[in-house]
Design a protein around this ligand. Structure first.
Ligand SMILES: Cc1cc2nc3c(=O)[nH]c(=O)nc-3n(C[C@H](O)[C@H](O)[C@H](O)COP(=O)(O)OP(=O)(O)OC[C@H]3O[C@@H](n4cnc5c(N)ncnc54)[C@H](O)[C@@H]3O)c2cc1C
Length: 418
């Protein structure tokens, strides 16, 4: 594949390093540790590319999907982690290959607006936000960030806007987040595309199967993200060269290599662990539902980011506004609340009373639906991992990219090495 073809296929993901031992391609049997989206996609793409390769997928729990799962209660439905995808041709290819095209829809165009709560007031995020930061200041900090290792707070010199962005993506404040990791195209991390960005973007947009997404749009699945992990699981079970082993906790690459008598280069680690178990932030996820008339003052949109640490809710996602598939009973609206543990006293009533102030006083549903951990990516992170020796195989969101488009794309890039 030419350099240009790779950039059309993978876009800005080409800037992110692959932590893959070159010896992997000589394996006749491989073990993938971790049955989240990353391990599942990697197993799928390798099994398609190399039907004679024996693949064992090890998962410590008794189910696949990792952090992705979908909560339901009657007609109410909400994802616990990712609920929609940003445009990337690799994700569209996955949906098409899994024959999920009919269940995959662009999000509601009327729900594009995002707000940020600053000094007790909601402000719409738009190009105007850049003017709030100051165009000159912004350009200066982008230039500065090109030296590498900056934090998002250095890249975006407005604390509230920067925090809102990072809290919304990685549940951490901007001074703790590596700019090269979150925005490599802006900081100029890694390789540069071989042609002008505008020409490349045009070629990428022509490469989407199913439908070409609008710029800045998102898309989601009927029934939530569990529709994807279920279809992937069904496909993996049917693949003749894949064995799935549940309830197997791998201690390390070394231990799996010795247990299965395989070289370390044949083990792909698709689970957390690159930098130790303590490198996480934790959050709880709540849902709150209303009858339409109780929240008629809440504008239809994507959601609201809340950087103010005095409020235990860091983000409100207007779930039933943004998806094209149903998320609640007719005549109702559903909101998802993100609650970082370092802001919260642990009392559910605290969340309920804040949610009532922010949304409306008469909810018909309020429930904590789960907890999640998100890896931390401190400033300098991307520089650090790109210098790691490629004697082991590390993939997934704990490594070089946080989003599902990253892990889906990474699986294709690895299969292509064979
Ligand atoms: C609250 C939240 C919101 C998110 N929102 C978005 C979003 O809007 N957009 C987006 O693109 N992404 C989002 N993400 C990120 C997205 O969910 C991840 O990129 C993706 O699901 C990561 O998949 P993974 O397979 O790399 O990791 P995981 O899902 O963490 O999977 C790792 C797997 O490894 C298993 N495992 C762990 N240790 C071992 C061991 N020792 N032995 C065997 N198995 C082991 C685990 O049980 C798990 O199944 C969000 C994540 C969270 C938590």
């Amino acid at each position: 594949m030419t350099d240009l073809e790779s950039w059309i296929k993978y876009g800005e993901e080409m800037r992110r390093p692959l932590l893959i031992n070159p010896e992997l391609v000589n394996s006749s049997k491989i073990i993938i540790v971790g049955g989240g989206l990353s391990g599942m996609c990697c197993a799928l793409r390798l099994s398609e590319k190399k039907p004679d390769l024996e693949i064992i997928l090890l998962e410590k729990k008794d189910s696949l999907g990792g952090v992705i799962s979908t909560w339901t209660d009657g007609e109410w439905i909400c994802d616990l982690a990712v609920n929609a995808t940003r445009p990337h041709p690799a994700f569209w290819r996955l949906i098409e290959d899994l024959e999920l095209s009919d269940a995959f829809k662009p999000s509601n165009q009327k729900a594009k607006s995002r707000w940020i709560m600053m000094n007790g007031r909601k402000h719409k995020l738009s190009l105007l936000s850049i003017f709030r930061i100051g165009l000159f200041k912004m350009l200066k900090s982008i230039k500065q960030s090109r030296k590498g290792g900056s934090s998002i707070s250095e890249l975006i010199p407005n604390k509230q806007i920067a925090d809102a962005l990072t809290l919304g993506i990685v549940n951490d404040t901007a001074e703790n987040v590596d700019a090269d990791f979150l925005m490599p195209a802006m900081t100029g991390f890694g390789l540069e595309p071989p042609i002008k960005k505008s020409s490349l973007n045009k070629k990428i947009s022509q490469s989407y199967p199913i439908f070409t997404p609008r710029k800045g749009s998102i898309a989601s699945l009927n029934g939530g993200m569990q529709t994807l992990t279920k279809a992937l699981e069904d496909r993996l079970i049917k693949s003749e060269n894949i064995t799935i082993k549940f309830n197997e906790v791998a201690q390390s690459i070394e231990s799996i290599s010795s247990k299965y008598e395989l070289p370390e280069s044949s083990i792909i680690w698709a689970a957390p662990g690159l930098y130790g178990e303590s490198d996480f932030t934790e959050l709880s996820i709540f849902v709150i539902g209303y009858m339409d008339e109780s929240v008629s003052d809440v504008k239809v949109g994507y959601g609201t980011l809340i950087p103010d640490k005095e409020i235990p809710i860091s983000g409100i996602l207007n779930e039933s506004d943004l998806h094209n598939s149903k998320r609640c009973p007719q005549g109702h609206r559903l909101f998802r609340l993100m609650v970082p543990h370092d802001r919260w006293d642990g009392e559910e009533d605290t969340i309920l009373s804040h949610a009532k102030k922010l949304l409306g006083t008469n909810p018909v549903l309020f429930s904590k639906i789960g907890e999640r951990k998100i890896p931390t990516y401190k400033p300098g992170y991307m520089n650090k991992i790109s210098k790691l020796k490629d004697n082991q195989n590390w993939i997934g969101w704990s490594v070089s990219g946080v989003s599902i488009t990253h892990v889906v794309c990474e699986a294709e890039r690895i299969a292509e090495l064979f």
